[in-house]
Ligand binder design. Structure first.
Ligand code: ADP
Ligand code: MG
Length: 259
């Protein structure tokens, strides 16, 4: 099967610091790929090169065979690379459905650059997206009053407004309780299946990674040190050593996280 995303030789330095040092990976339609590694490993830098926020120094990033390096973030977004954003303070006063309508309005600009509708823009479509993330019943509440886990669902609906082929989620469950984390990832998994979308995500909770990722890639100091299915990564000695330091294992880490 042809891959949706093909990354080869990708590199980025900040001064003398090789934040990402020639990594290669690919991602297929309908796949949930976790990018893990200790702090400073280069995960966010990798994300920001894929979405165009940062320009890569070396390598290639192809989406459906089209080179993304050198393209503007908005162009890359139009081509189908979405990302989750935290709902900005200024939008917190809008209702849930209004936030999604704003996103739809923005997504439509790719077809009708000169054309804007008023605030009633595609309310039905927005409600459909909210239904998919289980937030339709709260559509007319302001985002500012929502529970944290519900805000995350709305952020996911907003990211879906552009019907991305590839969705990037950098630490989507940060700050969430374990139950909320699992719910958000289960929802993400469902969207991946329903839409044939691909997701690249970073995540600190190993429980979440092992439960939901189809495949993992592991970065350490800018290098890709391992790749495989969760069970393969769990038992990978290099990963356990480089990622956790000697003597630590995923099992021990799990025990620490649980306490
Ligand atoms: P991760 O997301 O895995 O924690 P990052 O991609 O944020 O790692 O960072 C990788 C390395 O690049 C780190 O050493 C970090 O300090 C450095 N870095 C990241 N962004 C910048 C930047 N804008 N300017 C300078 N150094 C940066
Ligand atoms: Mg990061």
């Amino acid at each position: 099967m042809p891959e949706l995303l093909e990354v080869t030789g990708l590199g980025k330095s900040f001064g003398g610091n090789r934040a990402v040092d020639g990594i290669a990976f690919s991602l297929a339609k309908g796949e949930l790929l976790a990018l893990i590694g200790p702090n400073g490993a280069g995960k966010s830098t990798t994300f920001n090169m894929v979405n165009g926020q940062l320009r890569a120094d070396t390598g290639s990033i192809r989406l459906d065979g089209v080179e993304l390096i050198g393209r503007k973030p908005r162009d890359i977004w139009h081509r189908g690379v979405g990302r989750t954003f935290q709902i900005a303070e200024t939008f917190a006063s809008l209702t849930v459905v209004e936030n999604v309508q704003m996103a739809l309005l923005s997504a439509d600009a790719k077809l009708y650059a000169f054309w804007r509708r008023a605030a009633d823009h595609r309310r039905d479509d927005a409600l459909l997206l909210l239904d998919q993330v289980g937030m339709k019943a709260q559509a007319d509440r302001p985002c500012s009053v929502l529970a944290y886990g519900d805000v995350k669902r709305v952020e996911l609906a907003i990211a879906m407004a552009n019907a991305p082929k590839l969705l990037l989620m950098d630490e989507p469950t940060a700050g969430m309780a374990p139950k909320e984390r699992n719910e958000l990832m289960a929802l993400t998994r469902r969207l991946v299946l329903d839409r044939g979308m691909a997701v690249l995500f970073t995540e600190h909770s190993m429980d979440v990674v092992f439960a939901y990722a189809d495949r993992l890639i592991v970065l350490a100091r800018g290098r890709l040190i391992a790749e495989g299915k969760p069970a393969e990564i769990r038992d990978h000695p290099k990963v356990q050593e480089v990622y956790f330091g000697s003597g630590k294992t995923f099992e021990k880490l799990k025990a620490e996280v649980a306490t």
